[in-house]
Every structure is written in structure tokens, then in C-alpha cells.
Design a protein around this ligand. Structure first.
Ligand SMILES: Nc1ncnc2c1ncn2[C@@H]1O[C@H](COP(=O)(O)OP(=O)(O)O)[C@@H](O)[C@H]1O
Ligand SMILES: Cc1cn([C@H]2C[C@H](O)[C@@H](COP(=O)(O)O)O2)c(=O)[nH]c1=O
Length: 223
């Protein structure tokens, strides 16, 4: 029986790597796959992993109809045994419904990969629908870590090095090196991401801020 699989984890937890490994393992056994992505950091029509692997993929926009695309391909005689979907958090709820229909009606396996929540800790619509519909939901085994050493569970956004909790939901970007940039006050905000444990996300305590706080001089013992 075909299944709808949803693999999730924070940013930088290895989802794109696993997507490309999954594709490799199926293709190595002669299965024919279709690979889809939307708004990868590497640009249009590519899946890229921080381990250096990249693969071309079909770019999905908000109007793309997975069901139509797969049915048309099959009608034209193209074989499709499985479908890989990266950055699935950006898909619409309707698109995730189409993926479920592909599994149920066409018996094609779908492997979707994406982050669960945005920088405000709210579910992305596509990920929410995947949680609702997936046959199997898998949390990545390679844990990304907060600067404190605990498992990172949340994706924080920084602008000019300062954590923010308001703004556009979709801003393509990457995780900074652990300490992050020095805070600046440029008009054009430099957007980056950092993975944190829940406690440090709640307290808005990024690696850079934790370092600044720990280096602050002790208050003088007045009075
Ligand atoms: N230089 C490196 N050496 C070993 N592993 C690395 C290196 N750089 C990145 N990685 C691994 O790649 C993971 C990120 O993979 P990626 O597929 O890009 O993540 P995601 O798609 O979840 O954002 C990191 O968690 C880490 O395990
Ligand atoms: C938290 C959050 C992330 N994004 C963007 C940033 C990246 O381009 C992708 C996640 O990619 P990854 O392969 O999992 O690292 O999502 C966003 O647009 N909005 C957010 O709130």
C-alpha cells in the first residue's frame, strides 16, 4: 500500500539530505520518482542540502496542481512510482490534499519534508495539513541543538542579529553560524535563522544575546 510520509524537524536537521537520500535509494532500485520543491535557498528548481548534495526538482508555486500534474504525466505514459516534496511547509493545504489523493487513488508513495512551525512558533498551513493527513509522521533523528546544548525544537528569526517575533511568515534564509552577527541598525534588515530550545525561544535568548549577557560586567555593589 502506498503511503503519505511526513518527515519533519527544525531547520538544519537534515530534511533535504534525507529527501535526496530517499530519492537515491528508490532510484537505485529502478523506481521512477518526481521531485518537487518550493523556494529552496539555492534558487528555483533545486533541492539543496547543507552537506553539499543538490538535485534538480520541479518548482511548485501556489497554483501548482499536483494531482493534475501526476495524472497528466501518467496519461502521457510516464511512469511515476514515488514523489518527493521538499520545503513542504510552504505548500498550500489544497496541495497537501492533492498529495493524499495521489497516494490513495494512484497508489504512489509520497515523501514530504518540511519544518513544522514558523519563527512565531505557529504551524505552517502546509505542515498542519500534513500532520492531519499523513500515514506516517517522522521526526528527524539527527537533532539540531540549541546553543545551550538542549535539543532545538524551534526556529527563531533574527533581523540584524536581534530575534524578532513579528513580520512576514515566508522569508527564505539560512541559519547563521552559532554566534550570529553583531547586532546592527541597518535599514535593510539582514534576516537569518537560529534553532533554539523552547525555553530560549520563549526568552528570546539567542546565542549572541546569551554571550552578550554573560560578558556584561557584574553590577557594582552600591548601597
Ligand atoms: N560540515 C558538515 N559536516 C557534517 N555534517 C554537516 C556539515 N554541515 C551540515 N551538516 C549536517 O547537515 C545537516 C543539515 O542538513 P540539511 O539537509 O541542509 O537540513 P534541513 O533540510 O533540515 O535544513 C546538519 O544538521 C548537519 O547534521
Ligand atoms: C522558520 C521560518 C523559516 N522560513 C524559511 C527559511 C528557509 O528558507 C526555509 C527552511 O528551510 P530548511 O531547509 O528547513 O532550513 O523556511 C520561513 O520562510 N519562515 C519561517 O518562519
Amino acid at each position: 500500500m502506498a503511503e503519505l510520509h511526513f518527515f519533519t524537524g527544525t531547520m538544519d536537521s537534515g530534511k533535504s539530505t534525507l529527501a535526496l537520500q530517499t530519492n537515491h535509494n528508490h532510484a537505485a532500485r529502478g523506481r521512477q520518482g518526481r521531485i518537487f520543491v518550493t523556494r529552496d535557498r539555492a534558487g528555483q528548481g533545486r533541492i539543496s542540502s547543507r552537506l553539499g548534495l543538490t538535485h534538480e526538482a520541479l518548482e511548485v508555486d501556489a497554483d501548482f496542481d499536483f494531482w493534475r500534474h501526476v495524472v497528466d504525466s501518467l496519461t502521457q505514459g510516464t511512469r511515476i512510482d514515488y514523489v518527493i516534496c521538499d520545503e513542504a511547509q510552504f505548500y498550500t493545504r489544497d496541495q497537501v490534499d492533492q498529495l493524499a489523493k495521489i497516494v490513495d487513488e494512484l497508489q504512489i508513495d509520497v515523501f514530504a519534508f518540511g519544518i513544522l512551525t514558523d519563527f512565531r512558533t505557529e504551524l505552517f498551513p502546509g505542515s498542519g495539513r500534513l500532520v492531519e493527513l499523513a500515514d506516517r509522521m517522522n521526526v528527524l533523528q539527527v537533532e539540531a541543538l540549541c546553543w545551550c546544548g538542549k535539543r532545538a525544537t524551534h526556529n527563531a528569526r533574527t533581523e540584524n542579529g536581534v530575534m524578532v517575533t513579528e513580520g512576514e511568515v515566508v522569508v527564505v534564509g539560512d541559519v547563521e553560524d552559532v554566534e550570529g552577527p553583531e547586532p546592527t541598525s541597518d535599514a535593510d534588515a539582514d534576516v537569518a535563522y537560529e534553532v533554539l530550545c523552547r525555553q530560549h525561544h520563549r526568552r528570546r535568548l539567542t546565542a549572541a544575546r546569551a554571550k552578550a549577557v554573560s560578558l556584561a560586567p557584574e553590577p557594582l555593589p552600591f548601597g
